[in-house]
Every structure is written in structure tokens, then in C-alpha cells.
Design a protein around this ligand. Sequence first.
Ligand SMILES: [Zn+2]
Length: 316
Amino acid sequence: MKHSASLVVLVVLLSLALVPPGLARQETPACETPELQVVATIGMIADVVRNIAGTCVDVIQLMGSGVDPHLYRASEGDVLTLLDANVVFYGGLDLEARLAEVFERMGDYKPTVAVGEAIPEEKLLRDPVYNLPDPHVWMDVELWMHATERIRDALIELDPAHETLYQENTDAYLEELKALDDYVHEQIERVPRRQRVLVTAHDAFAYFGRAYDIEVFAPQGITTTSEAGVEDIRKTIQIIVERNVPAVFIESSVPPDIVEAIVEGAAAQGQEVRIGGQLFSDAMGEDGTPEGTYIGMIRHNVVTIVSALLGEDVDE
Ligand SMILES: [Zn+2]
């Protein structure tokens, strides 16, 4: 008995000696059960919330992969979900055009946070025709860091007991976003400037184009609620012919017919242009895939664009 007791002491002492100093530090405790019920509209926002708050929140994402936020209408079930939530995060800047009224009314009695509106005014792009702000701010990783900080601040305000955890997780995530931003710059720079032309159906990539120095053309404008006009499509085809653009891109949340019409129209003028792949513009990929995260969707887009424009494979 005495022998086995001293053996236990020895084992305990040994195991203490073996713990590396980093692990002996008290980790900020995560939550055993969610403290907050959070509703997020698009996946890109839900993903940031999950990265910051982990098990401390239950995140309900209204719009899954392939869903177009410009056209999305709230179902009866969505309204009940929104009523139950402690906080609602949405893109704002008229991204979820058909939910704006619901969020406005809800804002009277619970926090509703338009994360796109955390972007400094002078950094927002505006539609040249209607002078409306462009809501696709996640396409510039640096701008999305502002949205990330806005989400962090709202979570801390609602659940101050976990401030340290939210702060640490945000710091770590911002580091990842900085690395992602560097990666996008490096990859796009591999394409000679004259070849840097990105053609999609709807104009979701203006921030991407400005941040990473690539020209973007899209006949449909900044929202899918408007149709692409024949004249807009004709102009896009003209650019493809003049610039000898090798590839155009479809989007996971937009029907491919406009891009297919562009390919056919260019072919009719003797310009062969192919569909270079599918990009994630306003929705992430399927849950459980790399593209089902914000970082993964941006990396996928960059790899798809660069490899199609250069006609080569790129390491992800
Ligand atoms: Zn859009």
C-alpha cells in the first residue's frame, strides 16, 4: 500500500515535470454551453462569428451555399429564429435588400448589427449610376478585418464575461486574415497586368479589383435584383475581344446564363473564351468543405482566377 502510494506520487511528479511551460498556463476557458443565440445572414459573417466565439455562441446562418442574399426573402421560420436571437449580424449596405425592413423593425428591441457599415465611409465604393454603396466588402480582406472587429465588439458588449476569449480569438483570426491578404496580393501579381481582367455576371468583385489591382467587368451591376441589359452584355463582349480575355467566370449564387451568353457572343465574333470556373461571390461553398469558410472561399477564388488567366495550375 505504502509502495503504491509513493508510486502515485512519483508518477504525478514526473507528469508535472513533463508538462511543457506553454501548456501549464491557464487557458481562457471556452463555454460548456452557448451563452448567446446569434443569427447571421450570409456565411461569411457566420464564419467570423464562429471563429471569434467558438462554443460560446450558437450561430444560425440564414443563407446557405448557393443562396443569393440580394434576392433572399425571410420565411416564417426565419422570422421566429430572428425573434429568438440575442443578436442579429447582417451585411447591410442594402446587401439583403428584401430583409432590410425586417432588420430595421427588429432593431427597436434587440441588437442588429450591419457589419458592412463598420467599414470607414471613405473606403466604400459606390455604384456609378445610382450612387449606392457597394455591399460586397468581404472581397477586400483588409476591409473584412473592420467587419471582424465590429463583430468582436458586439459580442463583448453582449457577453463581457468572455471578453478575453473573444479578444484572443479575434487577434488570432486577424493574423490569419493578414496572411490571406498577403497571399491574394502575391498570387494576383503573378498575372501580367494587361492580362488581369476579371469578367463575372454580377459586379461583386469591385473591392477585390481595387485591393488587388485587377480590372473587373460585370454586365449586371452591384445587385442581382436588376437584369443585365443587352447593351451591357455587348460592351462586356467587346472588352473580351479587345483584350483577348481567355476566361470568364460563373458564380455559385447566380445562374450561369449571362456568362454563357457572353461566351457565345464572343464566339460569334471569333473570340474563343472559356468558362474559367466557378467563383464564390455572395455565398460560401458547402459546409464541411474548405470553400465553406471565408478564408477557403477567397483562396479558391484566387486560385481559380489566376490559373484560368495564366492557363496553369497554382498551388493552394
Ligand atoms: Zn452581390
